[in-house]
Write a protein that binds this ligand. Sequence first.
Ligand SMILES: *Cc1c(COP(=O)(O)O)cnc(C)c1O
Length: 471
Amino acid sequence: MGGKDKTELFKKIPAVDRLLGSPSILEASNKYPRPLLLRAIHHVLDKLRQQIKAGDGLQDPSLLEMEHVSEEVLTTLETMGRPSLRPLINATGIVIHTNLGRSMLAERVLERFGPIAGGYSNLEYDLDRGERGSRYVHVESILKEITSAEAAMVVNNNAAAVLVALDTLAKGREVVVSRGQLVEIGGSFRIPEVMRKSGAKMVEVGTTNKTHLRDYEAAVGPETALFLKVHKSNYHVIGFTEDVDAADMVSLGRKHGIPVMEDLGSGCFVDFSKFGLVKEPTVQEVLAKDVDLVTFSGDKLLGGPQSGIILGKKHLVEGIRKNQLTRALRIDKLTLLALEETLRMYRDEETATREIPTLSMILMPRQSLKAKARRLARMIGKVEPRNFGLTVTEGESKVGGGALPLLVLPTSLLCLTPGNLSAHSLEERLRAHDPPIIARIEKDRVLLDVRTLQDKELKTVAQAVRALAQA
Ligand SMILES: *Cc1c(COP(=O)(O)O)cnc(C)c1O
């Protein structure tokens, strides 16, 4: 395309004022603030200018017509005006999906948000004494009640819990840790780096596959401040392996006056082996080994809000509380509220496993999953076989969130096999749906795992799949 033609095209781009005066945009101006409107217009016009400038130029000059441009502006406005953080439907079957917000909160937690979020509260106010109180009291006693810990404290997340604990207990001194436990958790949490940030000096002992108690003992010196045990959350070493039990680390620690800390990662209060799943040591069991300090996340297997929980010996937890870093890592009132209400549910295990979504989804019986998948299939009805095929199959879900890495949970899946639409295009269209539906692709099929689909979402999913069939 010649320079002259391009100049002609540039001239055809509608002026901002004309666009502002067009009926559809005038109508939109009642709904959107003017600065946003102008941003959308400039965004669309810039895009057109770039298209004209590009090597091949604008292929279709009708794109410059008023009607088309204002249509583009409206679409852009819709996208720009939409909140960035949006709810979506998790059809991946990964229960604790870090990218999708990890744990859903329980209904009763949600019910308590309004009054606390929209009003004043006794966040740091002692109602009995009429004076300043501590925000931590709201979860401290319930945590002690559930776990029998001597003392409890909460911070922003488990990464913060580990950081502040190391900073308090071992800054400028040595922390002994097994080479088999130098984990990296998604999103850049790496034990060696957290250690460095805290100012503690890491002393690695043992090997990747085997670490013995004598390795810890040999590392003890005048600068040893702590023995650290880290839960292998998201991987497993199999074969010729050996790890030291926390109880043995505690006995060794006592002999040398060295405290033992365990970063439990996920941390759970419920023994999953009772329900036929793999054995994951509970927080209570770890504390019963007399470990001095335990840290874990609030939004992994616990099923609460993002937070980091620190339990253990009173004098150590007191030290952490006084650390200046704690102020920077402190938990906000809405998180505190959600955590308190989630913890209250653990007073009765039956209530916890039924009402905390993370737990109920993990423990959902096979029969219920099968029934849910069949119900969804019925709601979808017959689809146009040209576009894709639809079957209900068996498959596996994962717990996710760096918890129970080896555990696969048998589940039921709705399986879309490509026809006119490829698996990629099916997945993309579901993702573009409002609300977005996040599915997974496996062996060129799109899978919708009913484990993480909520009953109230089935209708939406069914409609979205039916719409795909008509695409
Ligand atoms: C998940 C995890 C963390 C980080 O916890 P966040 O709550 O995500 O900050 C730290 N250590 C281990 C072992 C973990 O599994």
